[in-house]
Design a protein around this ligand. Structure first.
Ligand code: SDX
Length: 429
């Protein structure tokens, strides 16, 4: 609701812009009627100052380094909750009772298998296809298999689609990994928890027994929680925009996965580990810091910087602690990549360029070190980010579909092309 009015003066005219106040964060100027009243657009490429929607799901404070899921700080959820409970919280707005948690876990568990014919999809890809390419393709194709949960106007179908996606994306991600290494697909097991099931589907082989290490499963589960949602980031905004046209949820999530793949977004975890490997040793860090500061060089420090966090990314802090724990658990001493990462962070945070531009490690800076130590190839880092973020995407999609203010997203532009002109015959050109 608007409780204040901002005044906009253009030439001799003055326009009232209602000011809407949030639970937390900056006020917003309601400009929905501006074009109709003043015949002007606002201009904000990259949406640095634009609120695209109203949401109750996730709150971020970039200056304080705060991230809350439905009001609960990420540090508390990472320490005390688990991913499926976080999924329930993001989807339904409250932490579940014991009974609600058991019911939800049973529903998700019973949807983890995929239609047997989906196995054929993988055969069409080259073995060396990036798993993100496979994920985009196979998840988009889910709309060809699950017709009974594609009607976005049916609340029951929206609910089933959400459960199916949360349950099946890990199975499909694991299948993409197995296919890329020429090993047989491993079916999900209903006796395993969510994270253990994913590790089982990725790392077990028919030829021998595979026991999931509970400590590794806990670390995996925490990584899922840290990536679950993050306000209106690029891929979530993609899912919302796709959903605003009424596209089915599987197509919308496939669009979100495609957007997440970019190295400026979710693809940064793979790019960051490859950068740390390329740096190789601590003595080469200054060379790369100089490259990152050189305006003529497109190189950026992967895993550094963030549109919102201008102090620190609270997820990076938890991830850094987890990296030490996992490497210690696995008996990996003096991991050169972790050494380079820690020294790079230290040097960068003391460098005036990074201080002035408020560049800090983000969620992608340490995650790759943990995932590599757990046995994942770099190509699986972004698929793991995607499967973690599926619940955030689908929670935001459900919120948008259920919002009475929901309209198709259709931005305008600042047109700077040619003015109107007449066609010229080729002889006259
Ligand atoms: C994620 O939005 C989210 O919430 C995303 C995410 C989520 O959970 O969904 O948090 C996940 O995507 C994290 C970000 C992962 N990406 C990377 O680590 C890639 C490296 N980072 C940069 O590409 C960049 O920092 C972005 C894309 C993350 C943020 O870009 P912005 O907000 O558009 O900031 P900017 O590019 O305008 O940078 C401001 C200045 C620029 O210099 P000037 O033009 O002012 O001179 O800082 C510089 C940039 O050149 N800069 C960097 C840098 N990041 C920004 N310089 C060197 N190294 C970097 N990493």
């Amino acid at each position: 609701m608007a409780d204040k009015i901002a005044k906009l003066r253009i030439d001799d005219s003055e326009y009232d812009l209602p000011v809407m106040s949030p639970t937390q964060g900056p006020d917003v100027l309601d400009i929905r009627k501006l074009y109709g009243q003043a015949d002007v657009f606002t201009f904000d490429p990259g949406f640095t100052s634009t609120a695209s929607c109203e949401s109750k799901i996730t709150y971020i404070d970039g200056d304080k380094g705060e991230l809350w899921y439905r009001g609960y700080p990420i540090e508390q959820l990472a320490a005390k909750s688990h991913y499926l409970e976080v999924c329930y919280l993001l989807l339904y707005g409250e932490l579940p009772t014991q009974q609600q948690m058991e019911d939800f876990e049973t529903r998700v568990t019973r949807h983890t298998m995929v239609h047997e014919q989906m196995h054929n999809f993988f055969r069409g890809f080259r073995r060396d296809a990036h798993p993100m390419a496979t994920l985009v393709g196979v998840i988009g194709a889910m709309s060809a298999f699950y017709h009974d949960s594609t009607d976005v106007n049916d609340p029951w179908q929206r609910e089933v689609a959400a459960i199916r996606l949360i349950a099946k994306v890990p199975t499909i991600a694991a299948m993409a990994y197995k296919y890329s290494i020429g090993q047989p697909f491993v079916y999900p097991r209903n006796d395993l928890d969510y994270a253990s099931n994913f590790l089982h589907m990725c790392f077990s082989v028919p030829a021998e027994k595979y026991e999931v290490d509970p400590a590794l499963a806990r670390a995996m589960d925490r990584i899922f929680t840290l990536h679950a949602d993050h306000e209106q980031n690029a891929s979530t905004s993609t899912v919302r925009l796709a959903g605003s046209s009424g596209a089915n949820p599987f197509a919308c999530i496939a669009a979100g996965i495609a957007c997440l793949w970019g190295p400026a977004h979710g693809g940064a975890n793979q790019a960051c580990l490859e950068m740390l490997r390329e740096i190789g040793t601590v003595d080469r860090i200054p060379e790369y810091i100089a490259k990152a500061k050189d305006k003529s060089d497109p190189f950026k420090l992967m895993g550094f910087g963030h549109r919102v966090y201008k102090n620190f990314d609270p997820r990076a802090k938890v991830m850094k602690e987890s990296a030490d724990e996992v490497l210690d658990l696995l008996g990996i001493k003096d991991n050169p990549t972790l050494q380079v990462a820690k020294e790079l962070e230290k040097i960068a945070l003391e460098d005036p360029y990074f201080i002035e531009k408020k560049l800090y490690p983000n969620v992608d800076f340490y995650s790759g070190i943990i995932l590599e130590a757990m046995g994942f190839p770099t190509s699986m880092f972004t698929p793991i980010f995607a499967l973690s973020r599926t619940v955030g995407w689908i929670a935001q999609w459900k919120e948008m579909i259920g919002d009475p203010q929901n309209k198709i997203g259709r931005p305008r532009q600042l047109y700077v092309g040619n003015d109107k002109r007449d066609y010229k015959d080729v002889a006259a050109r």
